[in-house]
Design a protein around this ligand. Sequence first.
Ligand SMILES: *Cc1c(COP(=O)(O)O)cnc(C)c1O
Length: 357
Amino acid sequence: MNWEDKVRRVEPYVAGEQPGGEGVIKLNTNECPYPPAPGVIRALERIRADYGRLRLYPDMHAQKLVNALADYYHVRPSQIFVGVGSDDVLALAFLTFFNGKEPILFPDITYSFYDVWAELFRIPYRTCPLDENFRIRKEDYFQANGGIVLPNPNAPTGVEETVRALEEIVAASPDSVVIIDEAYVDFGAASVLPLVERYRNLMVVQTFSKSRAMAGARIGFAIADEKIISYLKDVKFSFNSYTMNLPAIEMGTAAVLDDAYFRETVGKIIRTREWTKGEFARLGFRFTDSKSNFLFAAHERIPAGELFAALKENNIYVRHWERPRIDNYLRITIGTDREMGRLVSFLEKYIKERGND
Ligand SMILES: *Cc1c(COP(=O)(O)O)cnc(C)c1O
């Protein structure tokens, strides 16, 4: 017997690289290319002016942030749970709600943290294949299950599912919790939030990392029936009560209060995305009709692995997975107009100079 036989061994999630340095165009982890709302700096300045507050534990309920979100989304504060990024919220939700005997369900092509958490917590799971257009087949989810998790829009495809189809899935599994991961919903997809009042088994998860330009602050949240939130809090307070730090709570609150800046930033990203789609079509790419802040694209002639390497060589970082069904696709985050302009001109030149095989 050896101590290593007692180790909880896991295969960790692999995040995109965080390259540093001058001249890097970073389009590989779906961050926002614009800074957070100006109110966020003012919040930091207030913390600086009164930094002695850091002696104290933060409010473990992050009530200020919860109240701001409750006002913004027109729900009761008791329907909101906040955490250290939506990864924290999702992991706690897996631990809390996916404790049945039946396997939980999620798509074969999806956010690659779901199977990592399932393995970590020893949750049985079954993946349901997307169709040839990367759409969810809703009937796949009309079977006995221990829970369901679906991102909408899906990652890394950017494909949006209709609220009606998601509602059918939620309605068909009243005895399981259904999590809709809306990490990208602000970029033009319809949210299932209005369904929370009607379905007590529905949990909606969102994040400040993408549309609110605050991946570095680590803020995510869930909105659901009070009972769901209360079970989630029981597990959280059995694990680590003080996860969200004071600056994050203050900065997150400031971000929620500045709706005009939020809309402006998201609007810019959507316009840049649609411009990029036009250019990609011209260059011979096929891609999904992404409703997120990234494109999921394959070139008609040139393998994705080759383009990925050529781009990286030129300091343009995108994402590529050596996985069945998606190994010929690149996932490209929408950056500023200037960054996307440089990406497009690089690709145009590369494709022209390379010629045909
Ligand atoms: C980015 C992302 C998240 C989590 O992001 P956090 O930074 O932890 O909030 C969750 N789900 C999906 C599908 C994502 O793409």
